[in-house]
Design a protein around this ligand. Sequence first.
Ligand code: GLV
Ligand code: MG
Length: 348
Amino acid sequence: MPSSRSPKDFFRPLAVGAPQPLREIPARPSRAIHFFDPSNEKMAAKVPQLVGTVDVLLGNLEDAVKADNKVAAREGLVRIASGTDFGPTQLWTRINALDSPWVLDDLTTLVPAIGDKLDVVMVPKVQGAEDIAYVDRLLAQLEARAGLDRPILVHAILETARGVANVEEICGASPRMQGLSLGPADLAADRRMKTTRVGGGHPGYLVREDPRRTSDGVESNDRATYQQDLWHYTIARMVDACAMHGISPYYGPFGDIGDPVACEDQFRNAFLLGCVGAWSLHPTQIPIAHRVFSPSVEDIRHARRVVAALQRDGGDGTGAVMLDGKMEDDASLKQCLVLVELAEQLSA
Ligand code: GLV
Ligand code: MG
């Protein structure tokens, strides 16, 4: 996390669209963001056992916490954070939405009490840069008052149609921006999609193979169908916006806990498209996310071979070489370096 910048650096006039100072956010692995409800005593009691086994623990204050439990969740998070040494595991929270009656108390309670332990505040239902500017300013004031010397970063959930339309400006709205997550459940509702799931595919969203003619010219009804990815467009937009601003994109939740295979497929699509991690709603999803969002041994081996081939004999990585019958050049070198760098960050 940035250590050389004081909260004062973040307390400045913010003009949307104006050039932002360079971020110094070192890449730390956050392949699995594991959600827990701090108002749920059974769940809260397991938090210390999860430290060190997951990249991020996130105390959730928003949806899935009953309105009557909002205060208990906030207080529970303060208690857990104060009494736990998180070691290598990051601590994040998801605050309530900016138009809810709870969010002001969320931030004014958490920052003075546990701001020194909080790495990232996840903001739900972000609509545009103005939402991030508001959180940025409020955090700056609260950090300054609490004497914190490490800025808390901000992560936005992309879960409204307006948020998707404004995704580029959201990513660039503050140097605190750490990343974005897809929020497929709220986004589906906001778009008036006809689904009832939390992430994943849908058996009705498919394409059917063209009719095939048999040798005597009869059309066969035996046609394959292929399920399509409902989230491809949004993930691709999110990944481009994040890449443009140097922050990290994440797949969000996969609600069907009992279907680890589909969960893994959905996470892998997101990984291949550029995402760095996903949410975990149940401890069984932690190893899935850690595995999927880490490059495989074979991928790393191949990437290292390409890098070595293009840099062999003093090569500077430009030009082209043939490897296993395939042409590799400057652009394949760059792709391979993405995998090699990720492998190095994860093993650091
Ligand atoms: C997550 O918050 C979602 O709405 O999918
Ligand atoms: Mg949501």
